[in-house]
Design a protein around this ligand. Structure first.
Ligand code: Q0Z
Length: 303
């Protein structure tokens, strides 16, 4: 049975992402729930990847911990047994895949850092020679390492639409100059810490998106999911070759399978066969274990 907000009928549903759900918990907290749904070529597939939601939640929680000396996070607890009583009916559906978080006033821009050129950054570069107002050297290709990490804020697009890169001046107009400068500083600092750590474990962090918000005391906190394969591009370091699309750490088996079926990338997508599901699940678990050094079984047993 797929996990959708319909399964949490007693909770106040605040919103859906492509593969996640957000609920209100009292007045001051929210519950983020990661499903096992997966998207490819921007379409949510009809087949789930078992444990994907728990892997991504475990990764976010681990990163929040690694980053806590740089920025406080929105997390209150991920121990289902400590959640408020109103969540008790859903304890087993929530275990391992949920985070109880402070309800924040969200900052209205997405904070993106890029160490490598691909995706919308590459598109903007090919059109203008720059990304978010950072002029870049000529001759860069899909997958090129950038001379230095760049901060490329974007608008928050409604679901189904794509975020649009904006200039740092535009970001400052939207959130104010002082906050814009702090978001840029934090984003680059966090990205630097995370990409160094990932590189030591054979994983390139090509780019990532952060969301921030203010708590009721006005403290700026890192929010949402962080540094997961759904909010970032992770590439295996040993196959990195600029000049074309890099293999995705997590989704490459699925992309190859779907391309092979001849699917035209319009919904609905075909079901995935069991061997593709199993190899993809193994890649998610491998990403968790390589990055954290923690066995995924141990994570599940503590959630
Ligand atoms: C997260 C999102 C998802 C749909 C808002 N701590 C917070 N307080 C208030 N709002 C949010 C957070 Cl994290 C918040 N999103 C993104 C996540 C489903 C939208 F699971 N939007």
């Amino acid at each position: 049975m797929p996990l959708t907000h319909e399964e949490f009928a007693g909770l106040t549903h605040l919103g859906s992402g492509k593969v996640r759900e957000l609920f209100a918990v009292g007045d001051d907290a929210v519950l983020l729930v990661a499903s096992d749904r997966i998207s490819a070529f921007d379409v949510v597939l009809p087949t789930e990847i078992p444990d994907k939601g728990a892997v991504l939640t475990g990764l976010s929680l681990w990163w929040f911990d690694q980053l806590s000396d740089l920025v406080p996070s929105h997390v209150i607890s991920s121990s289902v047994d400590e959640y408020p009583a109103e969540l008790a009916p859903y304890a087993e559906q929530l275990r391992g895949r949920s985070m109880l978080c402070r309800r924040l006033d969200m900052v209205l821009i997405e904070c993106v850092a890029r160490g490598y050129l691909t995706g919308s950054g590459l598109k903007d570069y090919r059109r203008t020679g720059a990304v978010s107002g950072h002029p870049l050297p000529a001759g860069l290709e899909d997958g090129s390492k950038l001379p230095a990490t760049i901060y490329t804020p974007s608008t928050k697009a409604p679901i189904g639409e794509h975020d649009e890169n904006i200039s740092r001046d535009d970001a400052a107009d939207r959130v104010g100059g002082e906050l814009a400068a702090e978001l840029e500083r934090l984003t680059l600092q966090i990205f630097g810490r995370a990409s160094d750590l990932a590189a030591e474990r054979g994983i390139l962090l090509a780019d990532t998106k952060f969301e921030f918000g203010h708590d009721k005391d006005g403290v700026l906190r890192l929010a949402d999911e962080v540094l997961t394969p759904d909010s970032s591009r992770f590439w295996p370091a040993d196959t990195w070759v600029p000049g074309g699309a890099q293999p995705s750490f997590d989704k490459q088996f699925i992309r190859d399978y779907l391309v092979n079926t001849g699917w035209d990338r319009n919904p609905p997508a075909p079901e995935l066969p069991d061997d593709i599901v199993e190899s993809t699940r193994a890649r998610y678990v491998e990403a968790y274990e390589r990055l954290t050094g923690i066995s995924f079984k141990d994570y599940l047993s503590t959630a």
